[in-house]
Design a binder for this molecule. Structure first.
Ligand code: ATP
Ligand code: MG
Ligand code: FE
Length: 334
């Protein structure tokens, strides 16, 4: 099918044309990062206003760049949640209006399913698979036995990993969102501080990042009080080493517990992390050469509508359509 997809769950306004869940014809992403940077995080009211200002142009551009007319479009897909309610509503309202005006079915898509399905724009999904979902608001291990069949086998008990990156970025004093810069700094430094490893000795697939976050903040605070200069690249490297230990360690434990899984996907903004790419690749190669590992291209790790179009295809195939009364679900889970 030819899907017009719309994503507005947080601070990017995006629209895309995706064919058959695999072929990305366009993917327009208008980022609002600059507007939120001076506040050190996303301000919901500002995000909603920007979505309103951008959404029509972004959709028009996605149609033009995707060389699609309304005759070509089979359905309109939109992120239903999770996300900021005011932001979600702008995309949902646009999608409903267009679906009604052009008499096309409407499809509500889970944003986190979208992050996982970004991988389908690279290669077909091969089930059963394990998805490591790492983003600004989520850190989960998800077992998929088929299309739209999600079993969360590991989850964070407190903060998401992307949230921890951004918090550390803020304390170190780099612009929001800090994840990418901390990743770069980590490569210039060394893991000399050996921050605590969460839930050490516990056999679990869950994650925790709040203890690590506090350890880094306390360490920096104590050094400052003692007028001791810390090398921020080493702080970033030590933080990243502890964070990646958890992500890689839990993924490998999940593969031990589920030997039937031969395919691993990584999804979400933190999938762009260079250290994660290197370490997970090495760990899986050492564990079992038959297991394939896939990361989305960098341009599809963060929020975008093409991933929503990819996830919508199997819902379209099952005629799993949403009523025109579709509501935002800010706390939607997989
Ligand atoms: P969610 O998808 O859970 O609703 P979100 O949409 O805000 O949350 P994403 O857009 O998927 O999250 O990802 C953004 C996050 O990814 C931010 O926390 C950002 O700092 C982080 N990030 C981006 N690049 C990197 C990187 N190279 N290393 C670590 N973190 C990164
Ligand atoms: Mg974002
Ligand atoms: Fe996201």
């Amino acid at each position: 099918a030819t899907i017009l997809a719309i994503e507005s769950s947080c601070d990017e306004t995006s629209a895309a044309i995706v064919l058959n869940g695999t072929d990305m014809r366009s993917n327009v992403v208008a980022s609002q990062i600059k507007s939120h940077m001076r506040f050190g995080g996303v301000v919901p009211e500002i995000a909603s206003r920007h979505h309103v200002e951008q959404i029509t142009q972004v959709i028009d551009l996605a149609m033009t760049e995707g060389d699609a007319t309304w005759d070509d479009v089979d359905a309109v897909a939109v992120t239903q949640g999770p996300g900021l309610v005011g932001s979600l509503l702008i995309g949902i309202t646009a999608a409903k209006t267009l679906a009604f005006a052009h008499q096309k079915p409407l499809i509500g898509v889970n944003h986190m399913a979208g992050h996982i399905y970004a991988n389908q724009l690279v290669a077909p999904m091969d089930y059963p698979l394990l998805a490591l979902v790492v983003s600004g608001g989520h850190t989960e291990l998800v077992l998929m036995r088929g299309d739209n069949d999600f079993e969360t086998i590991g989850d964070t008990r407190d903060d998401a990993v992307g949230e921890a990156y951004d918090k550390i970025g803020r304390v170190i004093g780099v612009p929001y969102p800090g994840g990418k810069i901390i990743d770069q700094m980590a490569h210039e430094g060394e893991d000399v501080y050996n921050y605590p490893r969460a839930m050490k000795g516990e056999d679990t697939l869950d994650f925790s990042f709040s203890g690590l976050k506090s350890a880094v903040i306390n360490h920096m605070h104590n050094a400052k009080q003692k007028n001791e200069a810390l090398d921020m690249n080493n702080v970033a490297a030590s933080f990243q080493a502890a964070a990646l230990d958890q992500l890689v360690g839990r993924t490998m434990r999940a593969l031990e517990l589920h030997p039937e899984i031969k395919h691993v996907l990584v999804a979400g903004g933190v999938a762009a992390n260079k250290g994660l790419r290197t370490q997970l690749t090495a760990a899986i190669e050492a564990f079992d050469q038959e297991i394939t590992l896939q990361f989305p291209p960098l341009s599809l790790c963060g929020d975008n509508a093409a991933m929503i179009g990819a996830a919508a295809e199997s819902l379209y195939a099952q005629a799993d359509f949403a009523p025109l009364g579709l509501d935002a679900k800010p706390g939607l889970s997989l």
